[in-house]
Design a protein around this ligand. Sequence first.
Ligand code: RIB
Length: 299
Amino acid sequence: MEVLCFGSLNIDYTYQVDHFVQKGETQSSDGLYVFSGGKGLNQSIALSKAGVRTYHAGAIGEDGRFLLQQMGAAGVNTDCVAVLPDIRSGHAIIQNDKEGDNCILLYGGANQAITRDQVDAVMEQFQSGDFLVLQNEINELAYIMECAARKGMKIVLNPSPMNDKVLSLPLELVDYFVLNEIEAVQILGADPAQAEDGRKLAEALCRRFAAAAVVLTMGGAGSVYMDEKETVLQEAYRVQVVDTTAAGDTFTGFFIGGLIRGLNKKSAMDEAAKAAAIAVTRPGAAPSIPELQEVEAFL
Ligand code: RIB
């Protein structure tokens, strides 16, 4: 069983700030760090570190070649990443404040230049039972989902960052949703007040998408796994937060990686929560993702 992550690769420019810059304000930052990132790249690295053979497909410009090296160093196969001429790689401008919280401004660049020819060539290499992991930072998502469903691949969707585009996707094809409360509320068209009750949201998603399993992450309040037969409640581990960037990506990669390795749902959720807890104690996106041995040793 293989796993293909078809998703974004970003250069993350992370600025250390006192507080998020306000409208009309000019603020000097306390530092600038350049990291590899992008929800797709982060999730591929997390999948690979979780111990599964991982293939990444996507697109970068010439300026993003170092992203390929970093993925390769983490064991991810990048043969399906196109290096496009005359376009910049995707990038993110991230403000990281004193509490470790972040806000992110994205520039899509090459992430938005995926072609159907590329999708066809990539999908030819995968088969029934393989996993496809997607986020919402590239174009042609609906086409990718339809190709994967025709092949009988299992589709994992992390609908992040959430926007109206997600609502027009063929969501009935999804096998696993991995999402937070705000994303769940928006997919359900529910009252934002319902974001308070993660379990109810997961139940509503399971009713709406009867063929899918749902993993709902709730930050410090933990997470819940739900399908038609099973519910697993997972607490979040308490740690000293340095930078929350890529915590969700780490969770997604380790959860799906755990399932592919044959863990039961409870163990996969626990491993994912531990991996995300370690990630938030470290700066940056992809560089903050731990190795499986560290996760297994985490108390
Ligand atoms: O989830 C974190 C990621 O979101 C960052 O690495 C940034 O590139 C954005 O895609």
